[in-house]
Design a protein around this ligand. Structure first.
Ligand SMILES: Nc1nc2c(ncn2[C@@H]2O[C@H](COP(=O)(O)OP(=O)(O)OP(=O)(O)O)[C@@H](O)[C@H]2O)c(=O)[nH]1
Ligand SMILES: [Mg+2]
Length: 249
């Protein structure tokens, strides 16, 4: 049986061998520094570059385990499959490529543990957050994606793939395994009263290559279409403004 962890962070991987050990090491340090009894769950889709085997070999040194899937089945479904293997009270997700700064994890966990929210979202689009090293095309695409979802929720970084939540937020909820935007699914369908955005600066990937392609943009539009057709369930969700925004009020 898996050790009882308080926090499980799922990392979907496809060809991330170049940087995954560095990230696992950094996460282990962040957990230890904040007194978090955390585990790292890598969900690998039989990466040709051997990411899965590499992660297996790290399990004796770090609190990490690898869920192996037969082939490339998609980011969101990897996260959902990973969460299904987690028993602890708090679960999360982040990318493998160091775009998501691990240093904000203690703030996200503290916001949940302290009762400020049940869902904490790493956010590029609130004061203190931002994006570095992105070509203008990525910036524009991201902005347009955010704008398309604006009527649905007051969460500003709705396409964030970086979040932690109480397991109860997603337990028993049917999350659509479509495409890349697992955060949109959780924000729109999760069982929570309060969400909080925690700012961070997104940096472009350090190793390997992007898996985002035009097919994922189509998937996002399909996902949004389904959510709009489902009548915008989160219209009245109570969302705590981020601390920086509250202080400006
Ligand atoms: N298991 C699994 N992981 C995936 C799949 N597609 C992407 N990922 C992982 O999901 C995370 C996000 O993918 P990225 O390629 O970084 O996508 P992105 O951040 O939108 O694109 P870049 O900014 O160019 O890196 C990474 O950890 C990928 O390895 C997939 O089909 N299966
Ligand atoms: Mg990335």
């Amino acid at each position: 049986m898996a050790a009882p962890y308080d926090v499980s962070v799922v990392i979907p991987t496809y060809n991330e061998a170049g940087g995954i050990e560095q990230l696992i090491s950094a996460l282990t340090d962040v957990f230890a520094g904040a007194g978090i009894n955390g585990e790292i769950v890598v969900v690998d889709d039989n990466s040709p570059d051997g990411t899965g085997a590499l992660v297996d070999s790290l399990a004796s040194r770090y609190p990490v385990r690898c869920v192996h899937r037969a082939g490339k089945l998609g980011l969101a479904s990897a996260v959902i499959d990973g969460w299904a293997t987690c028993d602890g009270p708090i679960v999360g997700v982040m990318d493998a490529d160091f775009s998501h700064d691990p240093k904000i994890i203690p703030a996200m966990i503290q916001a949940i543990r302290g009762g400020e929210c049940e869902l904490a979202i790493g956010s590029r689009y609130i004061p203190g957050g931002g994006i570095t090293n992105w070509p203008w095309r990525r910036r524009v695409t991201s902005r347009v994606a955010i704008m398309l979802a604006m009527p649905l929720t007051s969460v500003r970084d709705i396409t964030s793939g970086y979040l932690f939540c109480k397991r109860s937020v997603i337990e028993g909820v049917t999350l659509d395994p479509i495409g890349f935007k697992i955060g949109l699914e959780v924000v729109m369908k999760g069982k929570y009263q309060k969400a909080k955005e925690v700012p961070y600066v997104f940096t472009d990937r350090r190793h390997g290559s992007s898996k985002l392609n035009s097919g994922e943009i189509v998937n996002y539009l399909k996902q949004l279409g389904k959510i709009y057709a489902g009548a915008g369930r989160r219209q009245h969700a109570s969302v705590i403004p981020p601390r920086a925004a509250r202080e400006q009020e």
